[in-house]
Design a protein around this ligand. Structure first.
Ligand code: CUA
Length: 318
């Protein structure tokens, strides 16, 4: 079921998954029931006001107390509504939250202040912020937090999932149509909570497989680069970048910041904050706090030439 008003509609999710459809349907049932209750109450009050208003100033009308018949029927009606919606809610929950019985997840997503890490369990591919998934396949996502509470929400997929330190949560995901789906962290998690966006790229299984296999590869031991690229590689090793970042295939294996093995293959930087261009990468390395205040990336005192070299090296990480 898609949004009935327009593509930016807030009432309904985008029906990108069967779970989102089930949730939309449940929402419509609730909307109908709420409208029924609202109009019954307002209608009844209006009727009473008109029917029993004091027309001829006759003084106090006869007072009536209690009516077993009315009270019993209202209680039964309310109980029937509650019962019906209990059934509808539980059956939707069963449909959208299939139990997880120790299955290995396809994808482990870790929330960090303020970015998302995605680990593809079958191939060992690791990426950040731009999460690719195959279309038409039901995959299991596992959520972990590296620090505080975050919440994963891509409105088109319907369900939200909290990401809680010390606890793992799961979500089944089956995206039906290829495309880019946008989401955001939905639990306040600090200064840059607003810039903890999610980009999910749903691709045909073939394309996805090619992407995943490429992302799983380590960088070639020594890429034939020009001298500035080589200088960047040396700087990266010298400047302790590897204490926080991993570039698979090199001695840099830090786990604090995003895996940079295929950084240049991503479209955006800083969880969708800016486009992944050499200029933006330069601005970021030059002074991270100026772009994303509070981010855990420290400012290194580097000459412009050195930043150029680092950017040149990072740009080779396709
Ligand atoms: Cu992470 Cu808000």
């Amino acid at each position: 079921m898609s949004c009935y008003l327009n593509q930016y509609c807030l009432l309904f999710s985008g029906s990108a998954t069967p779970g989102a459809d089930a949730l939309d349907l449940l929402f419509i049932y609730y909307l109908i029931a709420a409208a029924f209750v609202f109009f019954s109450v307002v209608g009844f009050i209006t009727y009473i006001l008109l029917r029993y208003r004091n027309r001829d100033e006759e003084g106090e009308p006869p007072q009536v107390h209690g009516s077993t018949k009315v009270e019993v029927s209202l209680t039964l009606l309310a109980a029937a509504l509650v019962g019906l919606f209990f059934y509808l809610t539980v059956s939707t929950m069963i449909k959208t939250n299939k139990p997880v019985n120790g299955q290995t997840p396809d994808l482990v997503i870790t929330g960090h202040q303020w970015w998302w890490e995605a680990q593809y369990v079958n191939t060992g591919a690791i990426t950040a912020n731009e999460i690719h998934v195959p279309v038409g396949k039901r995959i299991l996502l596992r959520f972990k937090s590296a620090d505080v509470i975050h919440s994963w929400w891509v409105p088109d997929f319907g369900q939200k999932m909290d990401v809680i330190p010390g606890k793992t949560n799961h979500l089944w995901l089956q995206v039906e149509k290829p495309g880019l789906y946008l989401g955001a962290c939905s639990e306040f998690c600090g200064a840059q909570h607003a810039w903890m966006r999610i980009r999910v790229i749903a691709q045909s299984p073939d394309k996805f497989q090619r992407w995943e296999q490429h992302q799983a590869k380590a960088v070639a031991a020594s890429i034939a680069g020009n001298s500035i690229t080589d200088m960047g590689r040396k700087l990266f090793n010298q400047k302790t970048c590897g204490n926080c970042h991993t570039i698979r295939g090199t001695k840099n294996v830090g786990k604090i910041g995003p895996d940079l093995t295929h950084l240049a293959s991503r479209k955006t930087l800083l969880t969708g904050m800016v486009k992944n261009t050499p200029q933006n990468l330069h601005r970021w390395i030059h002074d991270p706090q100026r772009i994303k205040e509070g981010a855990h990336m420290p400012r290194f005192i580097l000459e412009k030439k050195q930043v150029d070299a680092l950017v040149s090296y990072l740009e080779t990480l396709k």
